[in-house]
Design a protein around this ligand. Structure first.
Ligand code: NDP
Ligand code: 8X3
Length: 253
């Protein structure tokens, strides 16, 4: 029986690269996201390239009911999940706290924190019943440091850091492994989303240095899940070589 991985936010960036590496390594995949067309395309790519089975579930992690309907609707055999990658997330805006946009704050909290919780509660219960599993939470350097104007995004990623530690404690006696991966700058759709479609502003984020690629983070996620069962990688903080901390990047141009 092939192992099963569930990846949230698989339509782009880190989640999509993670889907590829698990597929290459013969896992069965459950891929999720809000963009159904992208999920279908990825499903076709993966099933054709790697001869594996893939289920695509289109839902918004902010919607508690939609999360429950989608996950509870999985065929029973697919609920034996070996690896959950809580990757869906986003940043919106980069403004001082007194100028923040309330709707952006709500969306970041509802996605990065509450969405992660909704998925983890359901899948975590299945893992406790089966007494195995591995939860990988995608945090950020923004969950380790707070940078100017990063306020609410940083707070949500600090929450992911804290929830990772909480999961490790609460799931300890069930043999479930819990890992956080905290990347620095990764070139994905992240900045286009943060700047609401302003591609020029997004491009500037990655100018003059070599950012991480989504595949770099996918490699780390996969590595963390392949260690012997008695080994838990608690966390990895992974930065571009040109980035020293959340706000210090050496740009050559
Ligand atoms: P992308 O924007 O490329 O991908 C984000 C993914 O999250 C997409 O698949 C998107 O799918 C999904 N997503 C966003 N909101 C929701 C939602 N409400 N419901 C379901 N899925 C959602 O960015 P990245 O790949 O960079 O981001 C992945 C994770 O990595 C995020 O948690 C991010 O915070 C984190 N991260 C990113 C870094 C970076 O520099 N890029 C650095 C550190 C951490 P869809 O739109 O189809 O719903
Ligand atoms: C993404 C990295 O530095 O833009 O989480 O917050 S950063």
């Amino acid at each position: 029986m092939k192992k099963i991985v569930l990846i949230t936010g698989a339509t782009s960036g880190i989640g999509k690269a993670t889907a590829h590496i698990f597929a290459e390594n013969n896992y069965q995949l459950i891929i999720t996201g809000r963009r159904a067309d992208r999920l279908h395309t990825l499903k076709n790519e993966l099933t054709t390239a790697y001869n594996i089975e893939v289920i695509d579930l289109c839902f918004d992690v902010q919607d508690q009911k939609a999360v429950a309907v989608a996950l509870e609707g999985l065929p029973t055999a697919w609920k034996t999940i070996n690896v959950l990658v809580n990757n869906a997330g986003l940043s919106l805006g980069l403004d001082p706290i007194h100028k923040g946009n309330l709707a952006d704050w709500e969306q970041m909290i509802d996605t990065n924190v509450k969405g992660l919780l909704y998925v983890s509660k359901i899948v975590g219960n299945w893992m406790v019943d089966q007494q195995f599993g591995h939860i990988v939470n995608i945090g950020s350097i923004a969950g380790k440091e707070t940078y100017a104007n990063g306020n609410v995004y940083c707070a949500t990623k600090h929450a992911v850091d804290s929830l990772t530690k909480a999961m490790r404690l609460d799931l300890l006696t069930s043999g479930i492994r819990v890992t956080a991966i905290h990347p620095g700058a990764v070139e994905t759709e992240f900045s286009v989303v943060r700047f609401k479609g302003d591609q020029q502003r997004a491009d500037k984020v990655y100018e003059g240095f070599e950012p991480l690629r989504p595949e770099d983070i996918a490699d780390a996620i996969f590595y963390a899940t392949q260690t012997p069962l008695h080994v838990n990688i608690n966390e990895m903080v992974i930065m571009p070589t040109a980035q020293a901390n959340a706000s210090t990047i050496f740009r050559k141009s």
